[in-house]
Design a binder for this molecule. Structure first.
Ligand code: TMP
Ligand code: ASP
Length: 238
């Protein structure tokens, strides 16, 4: 398909396209494509991109206000935002507050078990290897990042958890788990929270009914994705 924007396309992922906006800034376009199980299940769902852009912008604005350093600068249009250009650290940081998804499969525990403290896990961001889990020690041995940066990533991930969980609790949503990514700013090497924070990358459950308003609706064929994602827009009043 033709590219939507006149800027140079630097990278196309499963759910986003990244363009060069200027020497230090990127334009990030949210696509309507949705995938699960490492791209095995794939669809195009009209308006998904716009909804995820809106939710991501909202969470990044909140985190910026709370003093967290994120790549988000400003919205560009209804399906793209402008972000600081970073060199990506190839890790997926998973934070879990309740047992769900691959955690349940791995350890044979029932979904919904509430953890005493947030669990931080890592995967190596590598599509060919299907994003294998990686330990902190292996991250350091493979020199994926330094000890100092890894410690900062963990402490930022926990702060983000507190900010987002408290915020969502007020609108009756449980933040079950989510995935974060980090990069180092091209301009000054600052560690920044990057990528997106959306129902594609988080599990959101209704606090009363435990109903999912996230990509599990699509992964598990349990309803309409747009209806579920729109519920998050409504709760956030955006
Ligand atoms: P998991 O239970 O499948 O490991 O997923 C944990 C969280 O991470 C869940 O909120 C979904 C999110 N996630 C992504 O954003 N991208 C991925 O590729 C995977 C596997 C999970
Ligand atoms: N994002 C991954 C994929 O596209 C996995 C997932 O979210 O379930 O396949």
């Amino acid at each position: 398909m033709e590219n939507e924007y006149e800027f140079e396309l630097l990278y196309e992922g499963k759910a986003k396209k990244v363009y060069k906006y200027n020497d230090y800034e990127l334009l990030i376009e949210f696509k309507d494509d949705v995938t699960a199980f490492n791209g095995v299940k794939k669809n195009n769902i009209v308006n998904k991109g716009k909804i995820n852009k809106k939710i991501s912008s909202h969470f990044f604005e909140l985190l910026n206000q709370e003093g967290m350093n994120t790549h988000y600068i400003r919205d560009y249009d209804d399906k793209a935002f402008i972000a600081k250009w970073t060199n990506l650290i190839p890790l997926e940081v998973i934070v879990r507050n309740y047992a769900a998804g691959s955690f349940c499969k791995r350890y044979g525990v029932p979904k919904g078990y509430k953890f005493d403290f947030p669990l931080v896990e890592f995967s190596l961001k590598n599509d060919e290897l299907k994003d294998p889990m990686i330990t902190k020690e292996a991250i350091l041995l493979l020199k994926i990042t330094s000890k100092e940066i890894l410690e900062d990533i963990i402490s930022i991930s926990k702060k983000v958890n507190k900010i987002l969980s408290d915020y969502l609790e007020k609108v009756g949503i449980i933040l079950v788990d989510y995935k974060l990514e980090f990069g180092l700013s091209k301009e000054n090497n600052q560690l920044l929270l990057i990528d997106e924070i959306s129902p594609d990358t988080c599990r959101f459950w209704d606090a009363k009914t435990m109903e999912s308003f996230d990509k599990d609706v699509y992964r598990e064929d349990k309803g309409d994705l747009i209806t579920a994602y729109t519920e998050i827009l409504g709760r956030l009043k955006i």
